[in-house]
Design a binder for this molecule. Structure first.
Ligand code: HEM
Length: 213
């Protein structure tokens, strides 16, 4: 992730604009979730931060699994394997001395394997877009983790400058795909499904054995 990612122009009526408008309500609702709000405010406890990482892991592992089993996106310039974010979450959990999640919640079963490239790109919009706010969130952890260090927050910091180019490539694919109304609608439905999965994951308190950490 880098700051340039957020400065990308987004013309009205673009396919990304359609995605953003359609998912705005749930995105804004997530900002109000107590755990995410405490993270943003810099007041999250270590145990809640670990619990939050487990929820992100549940979400990203489910999305990565479905994308892996879905259509090949190479002709759209997308390599889903290089966009996996779960390894960063595993690194952070290990750095914090927390176990990897060992009892995934059944909520992830509700995410379907994408039946088309448009649906897969809709999933990627959510999993990749979720890191746009990550750098700011990473900075808010200075009070909890060693300031200036990425240890324990590599997921939020992201893969560095490469993220800017990867996000732009995804936005290009979104626009190409969104040229057809049907594909645009499919992308939006898939993105809404992925957001709904994240919301279910973050509410999955009590379903993770790792919750006892
Ligand atoms: C407190 C938590 C969060 C904060 C502070 C936050 C903040 C942000 C910010 C600053 C942007 C960039 C907006 C722009 O480019 O103008 C963004 C974009 C985005 N975020 Fe979040 N976010 C949070 C949580 C999430 C979560 C949990 C998800 C999904 C699971 C998510 C999905 C997205 C998506 C898809 C975009 C791209 C929107 C676009 O097309 O510009 N965000 N977020």
């Amino acid at each position: 992730m880098d700051d340039t990612v957020q400065k990308q122009p987004m013309p009205d009526r673009s396919a990304r604009d359609g995605l953003r408008r359609a998912t705005d309500v749930i995105h804004q609702r997530l900002h109000q979730h107590p755990m995410l709000r405490r993270l943003a405010e810099g007041s999250i406890s270590r145990s809640d931060y670990i619990a939050l990482l487990h929820r992100f892991l549940m979400f990203h592992e489910a999305v990565e699994d479905r994308l892996h089993r879905g259509p090949d996106l190479s002709e759209h310039g997308i390599d889903v394997a290089e966009r996996r974010r779960s390894p960063l979450l595993h690194n952070d959990l290990a750095d914090l001395g927390a176990p990897a999640m060992i009892a995934p919640s059944p909520v992830h079963q509700f995410l379907l394997v994408p039946g088309s490239a448009a649906a897969a790109i809709g999933y990627l919009y959510v999993s990749e877009g979720s890191r746009l706010g990550g750098l700011g969130l990473a900075r808010s952890l200075d009070g909890l983790l060693a300031p200036g260090s990425t240890v324990g927050r590599s997921f939020l910091v992201g893969y560095g400058p490469r993220h800017g180019a990867m996000w732009r490539d995804l936005c290009d694919a979104i626009e190409r795909m969104g040229a057809a109304d049907e594909d645009r609608d499919t992308m939006i439905s898939a993105a809404m499904g992925a957001f709904a999965l994240f919301e279910a994951c973050i509410e999955a308190r009590g379903t993770l054995l790792a919750e006892t950490v």
